[in-house]
Design a protein around this ligand. Structure first.
Ligand code: SF4
Length: 496
């Protein structure tokens, strides 16, 4: 959901230029007298709208003229010469996202409880956020100027929600006219200008499945390799989605889709040497079908969309157990591939695993007892791996599947669990600590989707709570053998 990127939309007004939020001491920016709250309005005469513009206008330039609106109201013109690689040492305000003009029948905003915090109702549709964070856009309201900007500034790849190449179906899903839904010219413009595109299909039973899905995947495959990959993700309905045009995704539906797309995947692998069209992990789990192998996913082009996350988890955990068993932790840090270390996973990172010495399994005391709370979908997969870990090191870790009562419906992914969902399970906790999925907490602020703060959550538990990703978990386990005081946790509050 990339909330960190949309929050400012409701807290800031648009003003010219881009605001500086921090200046590194002794940097070029500090030397020039730039300060937080100053706004850089032009670079070499070109208007600057956001930090992408600033980066683009300054890249490779050694002689620069900056027009700066100082926080005290003064206007400065700064001429500066610098080495090509010299950094200004500036941090800028977040991008204020552009809003979408669609009315998708499955829009996540319609699935929010009325009391959800305002930022969850922001409908971002922004080509900049697509480039920076992999947010999907529909391109329905993107202007020619924005398309030109993508090409000029090489904001590639872009992530585009296609949903269906059948125009009538696409318009129906997006809740707009066919004219507006038709993005064929825009897509052509981007592809002709060598902008790469990752496509997404939100699969809605009885609307864009079956023949429509077949046609969409085959049409998109005609545009390979400029369209690099397609992710097919199932529509997720909370208990607040009451639109009767929508049908819930069932295990049987998932098995049908796996069978249908499986045939196409085979064909694509024969034609392109790549799977090209991927199904979300959720479809395999719900359908009770084995997660495909590592080879199926290639370089995991759609992992942030929930495609291949389970495979990387299983493979990483297996490697971790194997290293643990052999007593060789060299390179243990690389167990979690870079591709799955998104910004959210870095939020509480601290130190380097590779610096840690291995702790012999016999010194892992039975005191490593704790509870891991996670989503209903992931719990059985995690429980199996934790069972292996318990056998290996004698720990007593237990996995508990937490239902999502906040959103309800068929929402069962770990990432959408809220503070109140965890708190409802506080009496089931066993052992000396609780681990929760790190990505249930906002990446730039210690707060859950329901608005509960991390401190509030902790005050409800009698034992410490640790929000961890896999890398953090591995580190936690290794450190635990070293001392009781080894909890590798650092909480950083960015927004007061
Ligand atoms: S594009 Fe559709 S799903 Fe996305 S925010 Fe807009 S209405 Fe919602």
């Amino acid at each position: 959901m990339y909330e960190f990127a949309v929050t400012p939309a409701i807290t800031q007004l648009r003003r010219p230029g881009v605001m500086i939020t921090a200046v590194e001491p002794s940097s070029l920016g500090a030397e020039l007298g730039l300060e937080p709250n100053d706004r850089i309005v032009r670079v070499n005469g070109h208007l600057v709208r956001d930090y992408l513009d600033f980066r683009f206008q300054t890249a490779g330039e050694t002689e620069l003229t900056l027009l700066v609106k100082k926080a005290n109201g003064e206007t400065w013109e700064i001429e500066v010469e610098r080495d090509e690689t010299e950094d200004f040492g500036l941090t800028f305000e977040q991008i204020i996202p552009r809003q979408c003009a669609n009315d998708c029948i499955f829009c996540f905003c319609k699935g929010n409880p009325k009391t959800a915090r305002p930022s969850l109702f922001v409908r971002d549709e922004d080509i900049r956020l697509s480039f920076l964070y992999g947010n999907y856009t529909t391109l329905t309201s993107v202007t020619q100027e924005e398309l030109n900007r993508i090409v000029r500034q090489r904001l590639s790849p872009q992530y585009v929600s296609i949903h269906a190449t059948d125009l009538k179906t696409r318009a129906y899903l997006l809740g707009v006219s066919e004219k507006r839904a038709d993005i064929s010219d825009k897509l052509k413009f981007l592809l002709d200008n060598n902008i790469e595109i990752h496509a997404q299909i939100v699969l809605c039973p009885k609307i864009n499945d079956g023949e429509i899905l077949q046609k969409t995947l085959l049409d998109l495959a005609e545009l390979y390799p400029k369209i690099i990959s397609v992710a097919v993700v199932p529509v997720a309905l909370t208990r607040y989605n009451t639109d009767e045009r929508l049908t819930r995704v069932t295990p049987e539906f998932c098995r049908t889709v796996i069978k249908q797309v499986g045939k196409l995947q085979k064909e694509f692998r024969r034609r392109f040497g790549k799977t090209f069209a991927f199904l979300a992990d959720e479809i395999y789990i719900k359908g009770g079908v084995k997660i495909p192998s590592r080879r199926h996913y290639g370089n995991y082009p759609q992992i942030e969309d929930g495609v291949g996350m389970i495979r990387t988890f299983l493979d990483s955990f297996k490697r971790f157990l194997s290293k643990l068993e052999k007593g060789n932790l060299n390179g243990v840090e690389s167990i979690v591939p870079k591709s799955v270390r998104g910004s959210a996973m870095q939020a509480f990172a601290n130190g380097s695993i590779s610096e840690m010495s291995f702790v012999q399994s016999e010194v892992y005391p039975k005191r490593l007892r704790g509870t891991i709370l996670t989503g209903e979908m992931f719990a059985p997969i995690l429980a199996e791996q934790i069972k292996n870990l318990n056998c290996l090191i004698g720990s007593r870790l237990e996995v508990i599947a937490v239902p999502n009562t906040y959103f309800g419906g068929d929402v069962a992914v770990a990432g959408l669990l809220t503070g109140q969902d965890f708190v409802a399970f506080r009496n089931k906790v066993k052992g000396d600590f609780v681990i929760i999925p790190q990505h249930t907490i906002k990446s730039d602020e210690p707060i859950f989707l329901d608005g509960m703060t991390f401190d509030e959550l902790c005050s409800n538990f009698k034992v410490p709570v640790y929000p961890l990703d896999l890398k953090g978990f591995i580190k936690f386990i290794l450190n635990f053998g070293k001392s009781n005081e080894s909890h590798s946790f650092r909480r950083k509050k960015i927004i007061p």
